[in-house]
Ligand binder design. Structure first.
Ligand SMILES: *Cc1c(COP(=O)(O)O)cnc(C)c1O
Length: 847
């Protein structure tokens, strides 16, 4: 595998150079040899060249096909005319020839023509679906979307998430309960995502190992990606898959055809297919009596509905000839492309930025090896990072590639399981991304600091060494940082100083409005968004009658409803610690973090309950699952429902905005330094709008431990009970550094902060938080006290209102080229730097 097929490579390069000099400079890395596009562009005169098969090939093929059409008269098959007979004869010849290409004995196999590989899959699916008892469907994680879709027709299905799981199932050590009766096991011979090749012996092993009488599991092999650059050998019918599908245009580029190859020994299962059409029946009665007789001569007669695409089938003959003449055996293409892919892989793997950070994150399976045609096809899937380790958007890559006449593919690549496992995306994340507007093929491709798709470069019969070099040059030119980039925001490029006076003591999110908070574990970086900390106040409880959002002010027991965010399992777990639920209700309920419309009530999955949150009318989605409704209703003893905000899928974005603004007591009379802070308090009506979810006034609430200590000293001095930090429902508690001695603390210094830097993130302070008697609910017992409200009212009353804590919001940076700006997070222990009225604006911020 280490040596190049020099003869092959030279021939391809000469062909391209000699015959089509005007196309020089185009590289096409589209998945599988999509020669089709070369063919189309050939006809339309566009400068476009497909690497896999290219214009020289397309030209010869079309000329050959055209000569055939001109010199023969082909009619619609199924009649006695000589033109019709000629079509039939040619079709049967091509069938035979195609079987020969895969060493498939016509005694053992039949070929069914279909529009594409997907249509072949659907034929199998229809037959299994129409089987009386329904069927079990097992499919491998690496399956193409077209295979995954079959599960919707199955009675029971299972996704095998690894090869080991399949092995375990084949050997009988893993039992799938659902797999009794009729079953279908499907997998790709080669992943269309990263070109990894899967074991071809699974079909044979399944057949040999299926002794149980109550079980008949057949195999469907998706060879669409595999055959584009590899021979497929079906010479041993006993070990071959029962059904094999492929797209012929991925081998030959043209014609646009797919096939289903059926192992005759298993053909009977397809006879349960109920549908018949012209071409697949011998006789149909439909007036007085309803009766039909299906064709019985051959399998393909029973499965090819309607008129065959005869011209395409005849063109296939020319395609096989020209392909053979130019490229030789499929085996040779396989060796050549394996050699190129290995070089490409090594080239990409070794690209380094100035600081030795790898440029490409390549999605290669641990077990596969480039150059080894058994484990890996000639495809490389990857993403690009800059020298700061931030992801480069695929959309940007595509734009630059287009300028350089490089055709490659990016995005989700029609491989949901492969993408999710390679990119480490949990189902709730994928649904979140979907809700956030991400769709296959749109520009929104880095969400929450993770790429949502990848770049795929595929090699084919027409690829040459020069293409690999050109592609690596392109990568070097545009994506390798040879020198350190000039930091756009130096302040935020570094941590807040280690000597800073404050640090983050705790971070708390309140997933369900007015219920207990959940403390973010120490050292866990937590995402900050425009609307606040991730998962903060996404849910609320609404009264079933009035639709009003419930609050602790009226229902103190809400403090005893304790949610936990479990990202591992993708669940919001909610526990009620008040005990004594009526009717023995469950003490815990789990709510999926996924915003799946199926969980919600009403048509389209949601009831636009016009909930009322703090006087704002919002559209919240109400959960319809009875156990969720029962849990909350029993816990609080009032009819209520859990709702989620915003109404995902309808408008998507929050329509609520922060109301907080700086208060008079926070403004010093000292003259403003020109250019320092905006003269007008930010956040006033008509100025900047800051989205919030269900929090009362602003995205993020911060309190200071020093201020709380001062308050509690005052409470205790009057014989009252000290207040817990929890009653203030802050997201961030900042504390002064350990060396701050009692007495040297600076309580209420935060009143005068205008910005606050935590770690590498910047927050703008929006004004003090006004307090009410809700701070008097003890968060452990749900019992109301006098304190701390009484003491607050005596010590922190300005303009007749009581204030404690500061509203704020995260400042998003324009420059999104570092991990800190792509995925802003903060964590417990981060140092905090305060910017007061008189301090200079943090660097990079303009007022
Ligand atoms: C391309 C491809 C398909 C879909 O083929 P169509 O001909 O478009 O239906 C299915 N599976 C794999 C692995 C593929 O590469």
């Amino acid at each position: 595998m280490d040596t190049m097929d020099l003869d092959y490579n030279t021939r391809i390069e000469q062909l391209r150079e000699r015959e089509y000099p005007q196309l020089e400079g185009n590289l096409v890395f589209s998945y599988a040899p999509l020669i089709m596009s070369a063919y189309i562009s050939f006809l339309s005169d566009t400068v476009y060249l497909d690497h896999a098969g290219t214009t020289p090939y397309a030209k010869s093929l079309i000329e050959r096909f055209s000569a055939d059409m001109i010199s023969n008269l082909y009619g619609n098959p199924h009649s006695a005319s000589s033109a019709s007979q000629l079509s039939t004869r040619r079709t049967e010849d091509v069938r035979l020839r195609l079987l020969g290409l895969f060493n498939a004995d016509p005694d053992d196999f039949d070929i069914v023509f279909a529009a594409n590989a997907t249509a072949g899959i659907k034929l199998v699916m229809e037959a299994f679906r129409d089987h009386g008892g329904g069927f079990w469907y097992g499919y491998h994680r690496d399956s193409h979307t077209s295979l995954v879709g079959v599960r919707e027709a199955a009675a029971r299905h299972r996704c095998f998430t690894s090869d080991a799981e399949v092995e375990g199932w084949l050997s009988g050590s893993i039992i799938d309960e659902g797999s009794s009766g009729l079953g279908l096991f499907a997998y790709p011979a080669q992943s269309n995502m990263n070109g990894r090749r899967l074991p071809l012996d699974w079909a044979g092993r399944l057949r040999c190992s299926a002794p149980k009488t109550d079980q008949a599991v057949y195999t469907l092999l998706d060879a669409a990606a595999y055959v584009s650059s590899s021979p497929l050998d079906l010479s041993n019918a006993a070990l071959a898959p029962d059904f094999t599908v492929m797209s012929l245009y991925k081998i030959f580029g043209f014609p646009d055809l797919g096939v289903l190859i059926v192992r005759k020994g298993s053909g009977h299962v397809l006879k349960t297919r109920k549908y018949f059409g012209g071409g697949t029946v011998d006789m149909v009665l439909c007036m007085k009596e309803q009766w039909h007789a299906k064709k019985s001569e051959s399998l393909h007669d029973q499965l090819e509905d309607g008129t065959l695409p005869i011209h395409s089938i005849i063109a296939l003959d020319s395609a096989m000839n020209v392909h053979q003449e130019i490229f030789g055996a499929l085996e040779r293409i396989s060796r050549h492309t394996a050699f190129l892919a290995r070089n490409l892989y090594h080239g990409l793997r070794d690209l380094r930025h100035w600081n030795n950070v790898a440029v490409c994150e390549i999605y290669k399976d641990a077990e596969s090896e480039y150059g080894d045609t058994r484990s890996q096809g000639p495809v490389v899937a990857f993403n690009i990072r800059n020298s700061q380790k931030a992801w480069v958007s695929n959309t940007e890559v595509e734009k630059l590639a287009a300028i350089k006449n490089i055709q490659l593919r990016t995005g989700g690549l029609c491989n949901p399981g492969g993408i999710a496992s390679s990119l480490g995306l949990a189902p709730w994340e994928m649904k979140e991304n979907f809700s956030a507007g991400q769709r296959c093929g749109n520009e929104n491709d880095i969400l929450g600091g993770k790429p949502t798709g990848m770049i795929r470069v595929s090699l084919g019969a027409m690829s040459s060494v020069r293409d690999i070099d050109a592609f690596l040059d392109f990568m070097n030119e545009f994506f390798v940082d040879n020198v350190a980039p000039v930091p756009a925001a130096p302040l935020l490029g570094t941590e807040a100083s280690a000597q800073s006076q404050y640090h983050v003591e705790s971070l708390t999110v309140y997933p369900i409005k007015s219920c207990a908070g959940w403390k973010v574990p120490p050292d866990m970086p937590w995402e900050v968004r425009k609307e606040g900390l991730a998962w903060d106040r996404e849910w609320c409880l609404v009264h079933q009658g009035t639709g009003t959002a419930l609050s602790q002010k009226r229902y103190p027991r809400m403090a005893l409803i304790r949610p936990i965010i479990d990202l591992e399992t993708g669940l919001l777990r909610v526990r009620y610690v008040g005990g004594g639920t009526t009717r023995g209700g469950s003490p815990e309920v789990a709510v999926p973090l996924s915003a799946d419309p199926n969980y919600f009530a009403g048509p389209d999955g949601f009831r636009t309950s016009p909930a009322n949150v703090c006087g704002d009318k919002v559209t919240a989605r109400v959960y319809k699952m009875q156990e969720i409704i029962t849990f909350f209703t029993e816990a609080l003893g009032i009819p209520c429902q859990l709702a989620r905000f915003p109404a995902v899928g309808s408008h998507g974005v929050s329509s609520r905005h922060a109301k907080a603004h700086l208060q008079q007591h926070q403004l010093r009379t000292a003259p403003q330094i020109p250019g320092a802070f905006p003269a007008a308090p930010p956040g006033e009506q008509g100025t900047i709008q800051r989205p919030i979810l269900l929090s009362n006034e602003s995205p993020i609430l911060t309190i200071s431990r020093s201020s709380l200590n001062r308050l509690n000293e005052q409470i205790k001095a009057n014989g009252g009970k000290a207040a817990q930090a929890e009653v203030f429902r802050a997201n961030i508690v900042v504390a002064e550094a350990l060396q701050a001695q009692p007495g040297t603390e600076q309580p209420y210094a935060e009143d005068h902060w205008r910005y606050m830097q935590i770690g590498r993130q910047l927050f703008q302070m929006l004004g003090s938080c006004r307090r009410c008697q809700m701070v008097c609910v003890d968060q452990n017992t749900a019992v109301k006290n006098e304190e701390p409200f009484v003491t607050l009212a005596k010590t922190r009353r300005f303009d007749g209102k009581v204030w404690f804590g500061q509203h704020g919001c995260h400042v998003q940076m324009q420059d999104r080229s570092s991990p800190h700006t792509q995925n802003p997070t903060i964590k417990v222990g981060d140092s905090v730097r305060a910017f007061g009225e008189d301090d200079d604006l943090p660097h990079g911020l303009v007022s």
